[in-house]
Design a binder for this molecule. Sequence first.
Ligand SMILES: Cc1cc2nc3c(=O)[nH]c(=O)nc-3n(C[C@H](O)[C@H](O)[C@H](O)COP(=O)(O)OP(=O)(O)OC[C@H]3O[C@@H](n4cnc5c(N)ncnc54)[C@H](O)[C@@H]3O)c2cc1C
Length: 384
Amino acid sequence: MRRTADVVVIGAGAVGAACAYFAARAGLRVHVVERGQIVSGTTSACEGNLLVSDKEAGHELDLALYSHQVWREDLAEFGGLWEFENKGGLVVSSSDAGARALAALTVRQRAAGIEVRNVPAEQICDYEPHLTDGLAAAAFYPQDCQVQPMLMAAHLLRLARTMGAEVSTGTAVTGFRRSGDRVIGVMTSRGEIHAAHVVNAAGTWTGDVAAMAGVDVPILPRRGFVLVTEPLPRTVHHKVYAGEYVASTLSSDEGLQTSTVIEGTQAGTVLIGSSRERVGFDRTVSLPALREMAGKALALYPTLARVKIMRTYLGFRPYCPDHLPVIGHDPRAPGLWHASGHEGAGIGLSVGTAKLVVQAMTDRPTDLDLTPFAPERFAQVEVQ
Ligand SMILES: Cc1cc2nc3c(=O)[nH]c(=O)nc-3n(C[C@H](O)[C@H](O)[C@H](O)COP(=O)(O)OP(=O)(O)OC[C@H]3O[C@@H](n4cnc5c(N)ncnc54)[C@H](O)[C@@H]3O)c2cc1C
């Protein structure tokens, strides 16, 4: 194992992989340290939607629009490696009240720079022929895309390696090396690595890693299940979800919330979400959650009633109390950076996050102001 690097990245999920790629591309000597295997965290237990449609105007949307630019420009040549699909998203409403709320949302989103087309009820079947009849309205978002998250992270790590990065799996970070206040490397289960910069990309476990450096970063697990159907001929053409999904992503409730999110994959399976609940790291399969998700999916796609569910899986979204990720240098532990807390959008936001962190780390102006994502912003916030 190499004992010195310019930057150590903790965690080989989507965010850590993207940080490794952009740091290596900037000419830095990178060492990724992962306690499990690559993508052994939430990146292997999610879906791969890169959405702008589920965001209101604000800092997260700014980061999503920036990340879209990074996916389409910096990483365009690699899209085929991770099944990048510019499929667009369709948000549907089943009631008149929902349709009015959706119309109002699209007005705000358009003003914030999102491309969106309002779709009257009679045109919904042109987008999705298998959707149920009787929906009140929809909105189509051409910027919404999809990737296969595990392929994306694995290939970004491979590309980083071709530029000299080292990746140590089965290696847990157990502490930090300090010189005074300054972080100058990490201690691991397989020895020490010295580095001028350490990036904490430990996803839902970011708080534990931060605590080893004596700083508080309040990231909590928010559990979600996904149902996976047997492979089908193309049934769901876009990313399709119900209007109430936006509200559930923004809610801070601990109790179970479900809202329909459906998409097809290149393998032919259909992924059915979504659920959100704060139950710590409890991995018990919840039949009530799965039943509710399946029922809501059938209400939108009655044809799925004849289809078998092949498997289910669950993951823990890295959740921040203010629903914004934690990105940037931590002045409480100079030398330590955080790139984490993206909750249900960490695949989409990973690449923009990584590019911004590396810009800041190499003393270049950042394309987006990182102040709203500052790690020390929680000092005044009570964690729920
Ligand atoms: C059901 C579900 C659906 C989702 N759908 C989407 C979606 O459609 N689009 C989207 O953008 N996002 C989605 N997400 C969110 C997304 O999965 C996460 O935001 C993202 O995977 C977080 O990536 P990460 O790299 O930050 O964390 P992770 O993938 O969890 O990686 C962190 C890594 O750090 C490692 N680690 C932790 N502690 C240590 C240590 N001490 N030493 C060494 N290594 C350590 C872990 O082993 C892990 O591999 C979904 C999440 C869930 C649960």
